[in-house]
Design a protein around this ligand. Structure first.
Ligand code: NAP
Length: 266
């Protein structure tokens, strides 16, 4: 006589991941036997740190693909814990909520705020940042990620130190098919968290005179802001895109757990 397979837990939480908060949320839910957790990753990073629970990697095929996945896998709650700048995925998640009725929470860590001594200039987009950059400095520490690098490609008078986890896409010098990159740049492959001492050293060694960053928030990459303040150099900060309308929001893993617990008790 074969034993019946154990029934799956009634709750299935889909975490749209790619951030520290997504991993922490998966870790916090891992000990809850009443909850099945799946974390979804885009597959951009060559060797991602996988969270506990199930993981799936790769796009869903737009909002309708995501909605179909949610229905097919009996997902009961979705937490969009993607990076604050993963605008397309957050939009798709909001669309999927509208299509399926499965509740969605956007987990967004708070953004950064300037402190006394900071010299910050804000831009609403990478394009605007590229417009403003030449007025602020000529040796830029660019930490906005490898995907938008082409936005700065026309800035021939600026030298760039580009830091990213993986190399910029198709970054092959002399390849006419490759995505354009600024002509004067050095690529530094590294993954946070970053310590203040290392950020100070990079700014001094490369004679950086302007830092470019997204308003990612959090502590893992914040030391560059302190190092810039200490060095007296300006910071060009790209503002976050808004969370889509009609989506519940939480700023911490604890608040997301409360939302999930309230939903479970409803
Ligand atoms: P995006 O522009 O918002 O998304 C583009 C497409 O990638 C989406 O339409 C979706 O494809 C797929 N995708 C994105 N996140 C996914 C996820 N968690 N699971 C499955 N598919 C996903 O996103 P992005 O800015 O390229 O960022 C990609 C990932 O890197 C995100 O998960 C994000 O959390 C992480 N990340 C982004 C940044 C940043 O600055 N943008 C920084 C650090 C980490 P389909 O339409 O086919 O479903």
């Amino acid at each position: 006589m074969s034993a019946e397979p154990a029934p799956l837990p009634a709750r299935h939480v889909l975490i749209l991941g790619g951030t520290t908060e997504a991993r922490r949320l998966a870790e916090a839910l891992a000990g809850d036997p009443s909850c099945h957790v799946t974390t979804s990753l885009a597959g951009r990073v060559a060797s991602p740190v996988l969270p506990p629970g199930d993981a799936r990697i790769g796009g869903f095929g737009g909002a309708t693909g995501l909605a179909a996945w949610i229905v097919a896998h009996d997902v009961t709650r979705v937490v969009d814990a993607t990076h604050p700048f993963a605008e397309r995925m957050s939009f798709n998640a909001a669309e999927a909520q509208a299509l399926t009725g499965v509740p969605l929470l956007a987990l967004r860590r708070p953004g950064w705020t300037p402190r006394p001594g900071d010299d910050w200039t804000f831009a609403d987009s990478l394009d605007e940042a590229a417009e403003r950059l030449p007025g602020l400095g000529s040796r830029a520490f660019l930490t906005t990620g490898r995907m938008g690098l082409h936005t700065f490609a026309h800035l021939t008078d600026t030298w760039f130190l580009v830091r990213s986890v993986d190399p910029p896409p198709d970054f092959v010098r002399g390849d006419p098919q490759a995505a354009p990159v600024p002509p004067r740049l050095e690529v530094l492959l590294d993954r946070g968290p970053f310590a203040l001492e290392g950020e100070r050293e990079l700014i001094a060694r490369h004679r950086i005179d302007v830092l470019v960053t997204k308003d990612s928030g959090g502590t893992a990459t914040a030391p560059k802001l302190t190092a810039a303040r200490e060095a007296g150099i300006p910071v060009l900060v790209v503002r976050r895109p808004p969370v889509p309308e009609g989506v519940a929001r939480a700023e911490s893993v604890a608040a997301a757990l409360e939302w999930l617990a309230a939903a479970a008790g409803a």
